[in-house]
Design a protein around this ligand. Sequence first.
Ligand code: NAD
Ligand code: MG
Length: 395
Amino acid sequence: MTRENVSVLGSTGSIGVNTLDVIDRNRDQFRIVALTANRNVEKLAEQCARFDARVAVIANSALEQDLAVALGRHGARAEVMSGEAGLKEAAGMADTDIVMAAIVGAAGLNSAFEAARRGKKILLANKESLVIAGEVFIAEARKNRARILPVDSEHNAIFQALPQGFENGLEDAGVEKIILTASGGPFRELPADQFASVTPEQACNHPNWSMGRKISVDSATLMNKGLEVIEARWLFNAHPEQIEVLVHPQSIVHSMVSYRDGSVLAQMGTPDMRTPIAYSLAWPRRIEAGVDRLNLAQMNDLSFEKPDLDRFPCLAIAFEAMRAGGSAPVTLNASNEVAVDAFLSGKIGFNQISALVRDVMERVSVTAVKSLDDVLAQDGQARSEAQQWVEKFNG
Ligand code: NAD
Ligand code: MG
């Protein structure tokens, strides 16, 4: 069996590390060719040595020399590249078969897009790419016969529960609804009057999943589910009315598809990202992922409830952005990224995340998005509006 070559964009993050763990268990089937990180040269160099990567990319170009030194210290022979050009190189290299897109935020768009342009098999964790550039991204992937395999656990579950050929239309496949499950996050039961005093540490302490800080805050505000609704719309070519969200605190059912004949297909598993990562890596095969098995006999409670949109306004705003279409999701995502950053660095409180996003959404007008440039321009404008909001709040 020939091994497939994998580039991991964002290898030092939570998804990146889990990806390397799955690949480590299946070295007879996969080989690492390129790894990338934003700033953590030490971890990147150690990973390059362990997997004998050929290319190491540090997004922050000022750290190129530091990376070369660290690689030497670890006895790694990877070639050093940096910046956006380096990330795109890692995504588009001729001998790369599979690209794991696991950079966080809109910063991951250009490199993920490059993978689409080069017709790669794209394992998409970076949901923000699809949220802001969905239509353009999917069109580019189709044009170049790039396959997008969703890594986000909900979308991976839906992908597993859909028949082949669903891209041609959910109606044809007999699908009535896509049901995304949400854990509800760490504040699922917190009364609204206590939200103001929530700290970044509490927000990042997710009950079921261990993840990077940005997505952890998004899970606490339920913006993560909002982004996922928009992600699902593009991935599965779904109408906004076909997508529903249910809170499922146990995080065992990772999502469901409801069919015309009354059938509901669910995918279940322990909350461990190595399952969706393994499935997307080896699809349509199944490989060992190192994941604990579900103990069904000990499971006596699987519950589902409607999300509370009053306490979690971010989810409602995201649904509005999806229905508005055009550049609205770009503004949603950019303002949220600025807000989450500001919250994590103590400049605004937890309640101000949704307030900021709502205000910026009202201020920035919705335009058509027809190209990657349109996306990036709109992203820049929304970001500067959001920055001003933060400055005003602090001034
Ligand atoms: P993380 O913060 O743990 O890791 C992010 C990675 O991206 C790191 O390798 C970092 O070096 C790199 N990076 C950060 N900023 C960058 C920049 N400006 N330029 C280039 N590289 C940069 O994040 P994560 O939790 O692994 O999430 C990664 C993506 O996967 C996100 O889009 C997230 O929404 C999605 N996702 C994560 C999980 C999870 O369980 N962690 C689950 C589903 C989806
Ligand atoms: Mg998810």
